[in-house]
Each structure stands twice: as C-alpha cells, then as structure tokens.
Design a protein around this ligand. Structure first.
Ligand SMILES: [Zn+2]
Ligand SMILES: [Zn+2]
Length: 231
C-alpha cells in the first residue's frame, strides 16, 4: 500500500524520505507537497488504491518550496491540471527551480548532520507555475477548507495547515518527527523557527503529519507542546 490512513479522508504518502498528504473530500483530491524528484509513480499508485483518476487531483498545495517538497510537482502537474498554492516568499523557488536560500544546520546534532548530507541548495528542480499565493490566516477553498498557519523560520514561506476543525495538523518542516519531535534539519532564521514551533505548540489538534518522520495519530498537540512549549 502506498497510502497510510491518518484520519478519515487523509492519507500519508512517502515520496522518498519526504512525506506528502493526500486529502479526499469525497469528490476532489488535494495533494499537500510533492516529494523528491521522480516520485510521481507513488502518487499514481495511491490514486489507484483510492479507486480514483489522476485528474481527480484538483489542488496541489505546498507547505514550502524546498526541493524535497516540490521535486515531483512538474511531473504531477503534467497529468492533472491541478491548481497550485504556495506562500509568496517561496513561490519564486517553484517558478525558477532554484537555487534555494541558504540555511544553517539545526543545533540538534543528528538533524544538523542530516542537513550536511541532504541539503543541496544549488541543485535545480524542474520549474512550474504557482497559481495562488497564500498567507497566515487564509482558508484555502480545497478539501472542504484548509486553514493556513504561517510558520516561518525553517524557510520564510513555510506554512502548516489545520484540517477538519482541529483533527489534523499538517506541519511541513516547522519540525520533524524522525527521532521524536524535533527540529527541521536547518533554519533560514532559527529564532523565528523557534517562535513558529511555539505557535504550533499553542494550538489544539489530534493527529499530526510532518514533512519528515512518523505520524502521530492522537494526542499530538500535547506532545508538541511538551517539546516546543507554547505562546
Ligand atoms: Zn524544507
Ligand atoms: Zn523537507
């Protein structure tokens, strides 16, 4: 199975070592993030598992514009005609294909080490167009409403999403859940990234999906708050 159920209508897909989320509102499909390069086949397999068509993916929404979240976007768009959504500060990455803004590694040792192995800001991706910009506080007209929470720091255009009231947080790279809840591999602005982590810690949600690492099916906001605090 390509799909891992999170809650009713929400599934996690691993596109390489980066997760994306498929939301099914009963009519349209919405894909949040597009993984590493050459992973579109995983998405097609997932769509097939749901008994749907590729063109049922009507929306492609991005937590941010890093290469491990946009890598297969151009390939997915060639077969879907989906509308694309990204924060204005990251949209130029998608539309140019790179290079990407510099980060500094996380002070958490293993994550900082991972940064040195995986972060290649000058590796170019296939560019694609962003149709709509989004910002903190917006509700996107997709999957019955997707609430945008601005969480800059890892990346200036990083956002998280709340779905179905407060049932699911889609965190992107505000943090990871690789070795328990922790940092992203790096930060453009660490102080801002910490403020964003505390902002997420102040929210209520049941399940959480991160851009990298394991799902949390229940009690997720309590676990996040214990790790990051709140504001
Ligand atoms: Zn990232
Ligand atoms: Zn990432």
């Amino acid at each position: 199975m390509a799909l891992k159920r999170i809650i009713d209508g929400a599934y996690l897909l691993a596109l390489g070592n980066a997760n994306c989320i498929l939301l099914d509102d009963g009519t349209e499909l919405t894909l949040v993030d597009a993984g590493f390069l050459n992973k579109a086949d995983v998405v097609w397999k997932a769509v097939e598992e749901l008994g749907r068509k590729r063109t049922d993916i009507r929306h492609l929404v991005f937590t941010h514009g890093h290469p491990d979240h946009i890598g297969s976007a151009a390939a997915i768009l060639r077969e879907t005609d989906a509308t694309t959504y990204m924060h204005a500060l990251d949209a130029p990455f998608a539309e140019s294909g790179g290079p990407f803004r510099p980060m500094t590694p996380s002070p958490q040792f293993l994550l900082g080490l991972a940064y040195r192995f995986v972060w290649r800001p000058n590796k170019m991706m296939e560019p694609f167009k962003i149709d709509r910009h989004m910002a903190d506080g917006d509700t996107l007209p997709v999957a019955g409403g997707l609430n945008v929470i601005g969480t800059p720091g890892h990346c200036a255009g990083q956002v998280a999403f709340l779905w179905k009231g407060r049932q699911l947080l889609i965190a992107g790279d505000v943090g990871t859940n690789i070795l328990g809840i922790g940092d992203p591999v790096g930060f453009e602005d660490e102080a801002e990234g910490r403020r964003s982590q505390r902002k997420i810690g102040g929210l209520q949600f049941e399940a959480a999906a991160f851009g990298h690492g394991s799902l949390i099916h229940s009690g997720a906001s309590d676990r996040v708050r214990r790790t990051w605090g709140s504001r």
